[in-house]
Design a protein around this ligand. Structure first.
Ligand code: ADP
Ligand code: MG
Length: 216
């Protein structure tokens, strides 16, 4: 079985006028299909830096990344955009939704780059919103009218709408209270039955309870 995510000897060094910050040191990690991996570690240890590389939002300073067998360093910008759109769904701590758009418009956004007709885009968004159990009477609400837990459900629906095989979630419950944390984690757990999930959390208890493997 070939790993879906395979990074080898990755380094990330940020250079600025103030000097160099060597954040990732020789990181190697392989994730197989079906795994639910949690990455834990203190604030500032480079978890988001690693996630940005896994999600092809950033490139390693040194080392290799094979994603679904493709060498990411060899992909051009169009190919990277396509990989991000079709293979990866992102969930962020701060939701990253567009506040002026409605719930369903936010969920449909990743499909605007496809040439699917509007009714099919809507149908996919409806399926994704059903998967995160957001009540139907909220679908035309503006994002600003939702609670934090509801916003994160919308963000997860947006991550699912293209049906990607990989979900990357960076501290998805970091802004939520404990009741919403459990609900969102249960949704992510359900998602992980059909997809590979990499979750960043600083809550070791959550990682232990939900993930199939923990990386510190
Ligand atoms: P974590 O997610 O584990 O809290 P981050 O990956 O966000 O950690 O950050 C790790 C370190 O890398 C921090 O010290 C941060 O300031 C630094 N860092 C992250 N991104 C950049 C960047 N674009 N330029 C310079 N330093 C950065
Ligand atoms: Mg972070």
């Amino acid at each position: 079985m070939r790993p879906v995510i395979d990074i080898r000897n990755v380094h990330r060094i940020f250079e600025s006028e103030a000097g160099c910050a060597h954040i990732l040191h020789n990181v190697s990690l392989a994730v197989d299909p079906g795994e639910f991996v949690a990455i834990t570690g203190p604030s500032g240890s480079g978890k988001s830096t690693l996630m940005n590389i896994l999600g092809c939002l950033d490139k390693p300073t040194a080392g290799d990344y094979y994603l679904q067998g493709l060498n990411v360093a060899e992909l051009d910008d169009d190919e990277l955009t396509e990989v991000r759109a079709l293979s990866i769904g992102f969930v962020f701590q701060s939701f990253n939704l567009l506040p002026r758009l409605s719930v369903i418009e936010n969920v449909m956004l990743p499909l605007s780059y496809t040439n699917l007709p509007r009714n099919q885009r809507e149908m996919r968004a409806v399926h994704a919103l059903q998967a995160v159990t957001l009540p139907v009477d909220h679908w035309d609400h503006r994002i600003s009218e939702l609670s934090g837990g509801q916003m994160q459900r919308v963000a997860i629906a947006r991550a699912l709408v293209n049906d990607p095989p990989i979900i990357l979630a960076d501290e998805p419950t970091g802004n939520l209270d404990s009741a919403n944390t459990i609900e969102i984690m249960n949704i992510i757990k359900a998602i992980s039955r059909k997809r590979l999930v990499v979750l960043v959390t600083h809550e070791v208890e959550l990682a232990r309870f939900y993930a199939s493997r923990i990386i510190e």
